[in-house]
Write a protein that binds this ligand. Sequence first.
Ligand SMILES: C[S@@+](CC[C@H](N)C(=O)[O-])C[C@H]1O[C@@H](n2cnc3c(N)ncnc32)[C@H](O)[C@@H]1O
Length: 287
Amino acid sequence: MKYRNAPLRFIGQKRHWIADFTTIDFTDKIVIDLFGGSGLLSHHIKAKNPKARVIWNDFDNYAARLAKIEETERLRLALVKALEPFNLAIAQPLNDEHRAVIKSVFSSFSDYDKDTAQAWFMHQMAVIDIRKDDIKYYNLRKNPLKKCADYLAGVERISADFRIVLEQFRDIDNAVFVCDPPYIFTHQATYRKKKPDANEKDFHGSFGLKDTIDLIKGIGDREGYIFTSEKSELDAIFELLNIPYKHLTKSQTMARAAQYIEELYFINGATKTKALKNNRDLLSFAA
Ligand SMILES: C[S@@+](CC[C@H](N)C(=O)[O-])C[C@H]1O[C@@H](n2cnc3c(N)ncnc32)[C@H](O)[C@@H]1O
């Protein structure tokens, strides 16, 4: 089965990019999805290029969240049932009586995906910090969470700071890096913050300019596809570092009630690489 969205909520997943990104041919490549997030890009790369070796860098441990999908669905069903008598509408503010019912249902579940469950009681337009424990608005969707055993079938999973992964794969022939890092100068609250282990000295919390430069330098002369926001001025960095680059396309995305422009660059690739085909989400693309 092909997944248009990640099976569990993940802010920053590249669902609007799938139509475009899957036009890239990764035959015979070793594709490293360096900032793998929900695994949505890895899933589509593998589905489109079954012979490619695809490696998903699961820095956030999304795999642990996926393992809880069935329990999370049981919780969702229990909440739907318990709240049925109130006939709540989406985005309706909750009162103390609703909150008491919700808390009592939650108290009989423990191993569910908290990121997903918390969003059920936040306003859909909220600036989302998933670590908050608020139960303020009804946002419980009717769609069931489906089992997803096939989602990352055939994809290899690793989990490490991108610098370590680059060192591991950059000297391998046919390696190509797909890079969708947190965009510098943007909201990054929902991503993993902790220093992962003693070897990862350079990890400071949010993803900044130094990380971006480490990334571009770390790719060396390998091919890389790099997503970014228009605020990042990545083209200026490529020029300063003498990295051959091509601006493939841009896309307009809605997030947290704001519109912003995302861009996709290709570095160190053959000059014949064409701009990607347009789709309905795209504003325009470079020649
Ligand atoms: C924009 S998201 C990637 C979304 C992904 N392409 C998808 O479709 O779901 C950026 C990811 O980079 C991860 N990340 C942040 N710092 C990192 C680091 N130092 N090394 C590796 N990954 C990191 C974040 O936790 C987040 O999962």
